[in-house]
Design a protein around this ligand. Structure first.
Ligand code: GAR
Length: 215
């Protein structure tokens, strides 16, 4: 069975959704370790309460690669196969990415390549798009740039605030993150250039595309 390592910096709702899916057998893997770079991350406390190996590895004042070497050492010690960034608010060094080639997933609250970086939901609202959503992608050496595994579309409503839009997107994040992890855990994705082709049992439309037009 594959081992997952979850990295987070905050609330941890994506981590909890992953944990629920693992417990329900929807993701055939085990969460080997949860790591936060911030001691006060609510997700870290939640991981401890849930009985996971939950570690605080401080990033403050450390060079990017020096920090990443500590995190990679912990992931290797826990025999992690797949790394899931779940609101981990740091850019990974090339060193980290090379240690887990095509084995790191990230969730981003926009339809990449639109609105990369911070405050993606606010960027979408201010830009005035009518549809936005979320993306799970493989992490490469760029920021929010690796090959896309799954996306979900979410409408922007006229009376949306950043909070209401973020909440609508978050529901979809929890769904597609589980789907993407499952595909990777089951070795069912093939990467051709920038394209991720999910192997469907029986073929068919990519599992990675999901469209919701009703909020
Ligand atoms: C999520 O919305 C995630 O997409 C976003 O941070 C939030 C973390 O929430 N990540 C990024 O913006 C990465 N660029 P959570 O801690 O409740 O999972």
């Amino acid at each position: 069975m594959k081992n997952l390592g979850i990295l987070l910096s905050g609330r941890g709702s994506n981590f909890e959704a992953i944990a629920r899916n693992v417990q329900a057998g929807e993701i055939p893997a085990r969460i080997a370790v949860v790591i936060s770079n911030l001691p006060e991350a609510p997700g870290l406390a939640r991981a401890r309460e849930m009985g996971f190996d939950a570690r605080f590895i401080p990033s403050k004042g450390k060079e990017r690669e020096a920090y990443d070497r500590e995190v990679v050492a912990a992931l290797k010690e826990c025999q992690v196969d797949i790394v899931c960034l779940a609101g981990f608010m740091r850019v990974l060094s090339p060193y980290f990415v090379r240690e887990f080639p095509n084995r790191i997933l990230n969730i981003h609250p926009a339809l990449l390549p639109a609105f990369p970086g911070m405050d993606a939901q606010k960027q979408a609202l201010e830009y005035g798009v009518k549809l936005t959503g979320c993306t799970v992608h493989l992490v490469d050496e760029g920021v929010d740039r690796g090959p896309i595994v799954c996306q979900a579309v979410v409408p922007v409503l006229d009376d949306d605030t950043v909070e209401s839009l973020s909440a609508r997107i978050l529901k979809e994040e929890h769904q597609i993150y589980a789907e993407a992890i499952r595909l990777l855990v089951e070795d069912r994705i093939r990467v051709e250039g920038r394209r991720v082709i999910p192997d469907q049992p029986g073929g068919g439309v990519a599992a990675g595309a999901r469209e919701r037009t009703v909020p």
